[in-house]
Design a protein around this ligand. Sequence first.
Ligand code: CTP
Ligand code: MG
Length: 181
Amino acid sequence: MLYELFLIAFQSFWFILPAYFANSTPVIAGGGTPVDFNKKLPDGEPILGPGKTWRGFFAGITAAVMIAGIQNYVQNHLDLSAYELIAMSLWLGFLLGVGAIIGDMAKSFFKRRLKIKSGAEWPLLDQLDFIAGALLFSMLSKTASAYLNWKIVLFLVVFTPLIHRATNIFAFKTHLKKVPW
Ligand code: CTP
Ligand code: MG
């Protein structure tokens, strides 16, 4: 029972790691020109807001692909077959990265329509946006769509907000982020 939980945790993290990196790298590497070029919609609110930048977009996807490359290297050099991890590839890393970033931007779009200010908290959705995007885009990979199961999805949905919260409090305390969410 305990071993099974450990196994699901390991499989889930191995799968989602590129998305975690895609979501967190922009906090450090982002900034500059916003994706929406500061344009507003007729409702008077920005399309996405200043928190979504081109640099963050490309840095996030690059980080995801790089991590996937490292995972692929590790799997080629260590025998991890006992854990039945997904075979990570650059393609899957790319899909997870693009999905995470697009999921995050889609959430910002809806936040702005609801007049929630850029950077203000939208509990749970702020933490699950990139997971939803990453899972959705990963379905374009045959490997991922054959591999994913409800246990992994459930694990990610339950544990990501907790991990997200913990890392953001850390990023806030170390002055990487202005707010602890
Ligand atoms: N960031 C970025 N580009 C992205 C995503 C994030 O530059 N595509 C950077 C921004 O500096 C942003 C920070 O990472 O402020 C934190 O990201 P996030 O919490 O997703 O954005 P918020 O600023 O909270 O904006 P929103 O309310 O739209 O979620
Ligand atoms: Mg935020």
